[in-house]
Design a binder for this molecule. Structure first.
Ligand SMILES: Nc1nc2c(ncn2[C@@H]2O[C@H](COP(=O)(O)OP(=O)(O)OP(=O)(O)O)[C@@H](O)[C@H]2O)c(=O)[nH]1
Ligand SMILES: [Mg+2]
Length: 279
C-alpha cells in the first residue's frame, strides 16, 4: 500500500515550523530565522519515500494582524489547514503553552497533534503528543512514522510530485526568500520585516545565470540601513545569496541587488498581492 497526503505545519511565529519542514524533507524548502514572522507564504515541502509521499504545508506563524501583510499571512494559514489529512501544531518548548494558544489549538478543526519543539534546550513542562528537536533530529523518526501511518492509503501509487521534487516553489522564489533570510540575519527591528523581494531579471545562459533583484523597503530611512556603511550590508546579503544560488543552480551566478522604497507597502492590499506573488 502507498501513503499519500497533506500535512499542515502550524503554530506561533518562531515555533520552529520551517526548521521542522526542512529537516523532514531533507532540503532547504523554507527560510529560517531567529526573528518571528519569517515565513509569509504557504510553502509546500515534499518528503519522498518508496511507499509514501508526504506534502507538508509550511505556514506563516499565527499572530494578531496589524496590517494587510499580516491579514494575507493569516489567510494563508486558514487555507493551509482546510482539507489537510493532519495538522502538526508546533509549540516552542522554551515558551509557555498559554491559555490563548491552548484555546486556538482546541478549536482547530481536523486530525491534529501537539508537537513540542526545541527540546535540545531547557523546555517547559506541558503535555504534548511529540517532543522533537529539528536541530539534533531527536524523535523526528517517530514523528515521521506516525505521519505516514495517519495518511490515506491506496493500492495505486497516486503521488502528486516526482520523486526528485521537493517543493512547489520556483527557483526564483527560493532565491528571493534567501535574500530575505540574509537580510533578516543582519538587520534589526522593523527593517527586515518591512522588506519584500522582487526578482526583476533571471537570465540563464549555458554557464552562468544573471539575476537582478529589488529589495523593497517601506521607508526611505530603511534604505540606507539596508545598504549599510559603504554598501557593507548589501554586499554581505549579495555574497551569501550568490553562494546559495550557485549551489542551487549548479552554475556561476551574477547577482545584482537594488534597494527601492515603496512607502508603507505592508498596508496596501494591491502591493502586498504583487510582492507576495513571486511563486
Ligand atoms: N535550539 C533549537 N532551535 C531551533 C529548533 N528549531 C528551530 N529553532 C530555531 O528557532 C528559530 C525559529 O525557527 P523557524 O523554523 O524559522 O520558525 P518558524 O515557526 O518557521 O517561524 P515563522 O516563519 O516566523 O513563523 C530559528 O532561530 C531556528 O534556528 C530546534 O530544534 N532547536
Ligand atoms: Mg517559518
Amino acid at each position: 500500500m502507498y501513503s499519500f497526503g497533506y500535512v499542515a505545519v502550524v503554530g506561533r511565529p518562531n515555533a520552529g515550523k520551517s526548521s521542522l519542514v526542512n529537516a523532514l524533507v531533507g532540503e532547504k524548502v523554507a527560510i529560517v530565522s531567529a526573528k518571528p514572522q519569517t515565513t509569509r507564504d504557504n510553502i509546500l515541502g515534499v518528503m519522498n519515500g518508496e511507499k509514501f509521499q508526504v506534502v507538508f504545508v509550511d505556514t506563516p506563524g499565527v499572530h494578531r494582524s496589524k496590517n494587510q501583510l499580516d491579514r494575507s499571512m493569516m489567510k494563508n494559514v486558514r487555507s493551509a489547514i482546510a482539507g489537510v489529512d493532519l495538522i502538526l501544531y508546533l509549540v516552542d518548548g522554551t515558551k509557555e503553552f498559554d491559555q490563548e494558544e491552548q484555546g486556538y489549538f482546541n478549536h482547530l478543526q481536523g486530525e491534529k497533534v501537539l508537537v513540542k519543539t526545541k527540546i535540545d534546550k531547557k523546555v517547559k513542562d506541558f503535555p504534548c503528543d511529540f517532543e522533537i528537536s529539528s536541530l539534533t533530529g531527536k524523535n523526528l523518526e517517530n514523528l515521521k512514522e506516525y505521519i505516514i501511518k495517519k495518511l490515506p492509503k491506496s493500492k495505486e501509487k497516486n503521488f502528486l510530485f516526482d520523486s526528485d521534487e521537493y517543493t512547489d516553489k520556483s527557483i526564483k522564489f527560493l532565491i528571493a526568500e534567501q535574500i530575505r533570510e540574509e537580510a533578516l540575519k543582519i538587520l534589526d527591528q522593523e527593517v527586515p520585516h518591512g522588506i519584500a523581494i522582487e526578482i526583476v531579471k533571471f537570465d540563464e545562459k549555458e554557464n552562468i545565470v544573471f539575476i537582478e533583484a529589488d529589495i523593497v523597503c517601506e521607508q526611505a530611512r530603511h534604505k540606507g540601513i539596508i545598504i549599510g556603511k559603504g554598501g557593507k550590508n548589501l554586499k554581505i546579503i549579495g555574497q551569501n545569496t550568490r553562494l546559495y544560488a550557485e549551489d542551487l543552480l549548479g552554475k556561476k551566478v551574477m547577482l545584482s541587488l537594488f534597494v527601492k522604497v515603496e512607502e508603507n507597502w505592508r498596508n496596501k492590499p494591491n502591493k502586498v498581492k504583487d510582492l507576495m506573488s513571486q511563486g
